[in-house]
Design a protein around this ligand. Structure first.
Ligand code: SF4
Length: 405
């Protein structure tokens, strides 16, 4: 296919595809899916080989958020029966982080619900970062605390944070439909503050909220422009009790096409397969490793992932290897930019915020419901509501039970 040859050439040269080419990837048929995965896989291997970076989420503060992000189980008015707790003590957060590191994670992502941290919250998180770094030599720490105020990114960097995550989530044009309590511009500003402080920026998206192909291309092009080091790709987990509970818009094939498009547009950044992978990719998860070079190990913020052991087995069975602590994630040309002090790209990729805890919507096509009809060979698959695959997290941080790692 000419389209795929062009996209591979551009990806290997780090050249931006056109919007039409990105849209064309999303419009490919299920019949062409393996060709699309193979093409984007060439770009992935050029910049990241067969390495998979593991990241581990620690939800420092769960639920009770005053913001109204409609995809999020922790939002104002959420009826989702998630764990709710306030700030974990540094020693408890460090214990949870250690479980992830023991499972093979080289990055720990410290996430807290809320609009943004107070200066006292930054002090708290600074102590947690210090405790984690003291007990886990060489581990990268990414903070994800919401909108930052002046000076807070510098303080986090001084405390030892390597990265900061704040996702754009969706296109500028539809942002107001999913959240009213803050703006798209607020989010861009926080990512830029993190970059200016020398933190490695992590910013990504949530697909499946009812957005159009154009919206997806808009947000991914906006991310390329913003130039984070890592781009988490979340697939909406439609939590019961949130406004987007009925938005089951994704098939495994669609999720793969979205990941391929992200890889073609952002060829040399850490593309992270984030929340919703088990729910939406299901048995096709291993194919996604040909597109993303990074995943979360174990559980998400408010939902459970597959067993950490199953993550490791999947990576090995698919012919990939877990990236070791001594390996630099990003290609040399990106780390050189960081070393030259160009304002961002301090270390490697990043963690994700809304990965699981938060999930969902957009405009959309209304409830999709589970299809009872058998699929007809050759016809595009229809999204299914797989509520059976959504499990609220009941273990790890904030509980007495051992974490999944
Ligand atoms: S995404 Fe973050 S800011 Fe928005 S409701 Fe969820 S926890 Fe709050």
């Amino acid at each position: 296919m000419d389209l795929l040859n062009t996209l591979v050439d551009k990806g290997l040269r780090r050249e931006l595809p056109t919007r039409e080419e990105a849209l064309a990837v999303l419009a490919t048929s299920d019949e062409d899916l393996l060709d699309v995965v193979a093409a984007a896989g060439k770009v992935r291997r050029q910049w990241f080989g067969r390495r998979v970076k593991l990241n581990y989420l620690v939800n420092l503060k769960s639920g009770l958020c005053p913001e109204d992000c409609s995809y999020c189980s922790q939002r104002l008015g959420s009826k989702a029966e998630i764990l709710k707790y306030t700030w974990l003590k540094p020693e408890d957060a460090s214990k949870a982080a250690a479980a992830g590191v023991a499972g093979g994670a080289k990055r720990v992502c410290l996430v807290a619900s809320g609009r943004g941290p107070t200066d006292r919250d930054v002090d708290r998180v600074s102590k947690t970062i210090e405790a984690i770094k003291e007990q886990n030599e060489g581990v990268e720490v990414c903070a994800c605390l919401g909108l930052l105020s002046a000076g807070q990114a510098d303080r986090l960097r001084d405390a030892g944070a390597d990265a900061y995550n704040h996702n754009l989530n969706t296109s500028e044009g539809t942002y107001g439909e999913i959240t009213t309590t803050h703006t798209y511009a607020d989010r861009v500003d926080t990512v830029q503050q993190a970059q200016a402080a020398g933190l490695s920026a992590c910013s990504g998206l949530i697909a499946g909220m009812g957005e159009s192909d154009e919206d997806l291309v808009d947000v991914v092009f906006a991310l390329r422009e913003l130039d984070p080091d890592s781009v988490p790709v979340n697939f909406l987990i439609p939590f019961e009790g949130t406004p987007l509970a009925k938005e089951w818009n994704l098939t495994p094939q669609r999720a793969l096409r979205i990941l391929a498009m992200v890889r073609f547009v952002c060829p040399d950044v850490e593309v992270r397969l984030a929340g919703g992978r088990e729910v939406h990719l299901r048995t096709l998860q291993p194919l996604a490793l040909h597109l993303a070079n990074s995943i979360f190990l174990g559980d998400y913020l408010t939902s459970e992932g597959q067993a950490g052991k199953a993550d490791l087995e999947m990576i090995a069975d698919a012919g990939f290897e877990v990236e070791g602590a001594g390996t630099t994630t990003l290609p040399e040309h990106r780390t050189d930019v960081a070393a030259a002090g160009c304002g961002s790209h301090a270390s490697a990729g990043c963690g994700s915020h809304e990965s699981s805890g938060c999930g969902s919507h957009g405009g959309g096509c209304g409830p999709c419901g589970a299809s009872e009809e058998p699929s007809v060979p050759g016809e595009p698959s229809v999204p299914e509501a797989r509520t059976d695959l959504v499990a609220v997290r009941r273990r790890g941080a904030g509980t007495d039970l051992a974490p999944n790692a």
